[in-house]
Design a protein around this ligand. Sequence first.
Ligand code: ATP
Length: 247
Amino acid sequence: MTEKIILQVTNLIKEYKDVKAVNNISFNIKSGQIVGLLGPNGAGKTTTISMILGITEPSGGDISIFGKSIKEGRSEINNDMNFAAVYSHLPNNLTVKQNLQVFGLLYGVKNLKEKIPQLLKDFTLEKFADTKAGLLSSGEISRLNLAKAIINEPKLLLLDEPTASLDPHSADIVRELIKEYVKKKGIAILWTSHNMKEIELACDEVLFLSHGNILLSGDPKVLPAKYGKKDLEELFITVAREPLTLS
Ligand code: ATP
């Protein structure tokens, strides 16, 4: 499969009154690539994702998705993107199945009749098909959010702490499903997590954000050794504590 640049972030800036939440960052994600966006609380991860999604307007720089700048409009971009985040709420009064139907219709998914049962199976939601979303546990909601996130077979998927409320077994299943999906469909994923083991297992590349800057980037399997750390967690702690002294 030829790798195409799916997401191109160039000199992206977001300033609030006296906070530079994102400070001139640039990176690319290619098809088939999972990139982890790491950083301590307040580093600028969610702000970056919000700008890519179009929820937050950048103060400077550009974002290009599928080769099109968001400045030219989003209508051609949005149908091929999706996201799952801990803060995204699904309609509570709709059942699991109805939620998938609504989002499937919104995205114009054609084969919904076959797709919904498959998603329910993949995300172990079959027994909750007719349960209202408001009654689900946080882990079950996360699985529904992920099922919703791939219903339109997006080419770019943004995942903001997608496994945050899953138990280790469910998190492992979901992680494997996402990885398999990437391999099969060659999509691009930007994935934030505070779980370093997860990032090591899932991501091809990581970007460490600190105070809105990309402090370092690279393959999560080789980056720790490069900085004399035993694993990504140790590297993360060093970066979070002494962001300006890591060399
Ligand atoms: P966490 O890991 O805690 O979710 P994060 O890396 O996602 O953190 P952001 O939510 O992107 O961090 O926040 C980056 C910075 O921007 C923080 O200092 C935050 O307080 C600030 N910030 C975010 N949104 C706003 C806003 N609407 N107005 C003012 N400051 C904001």
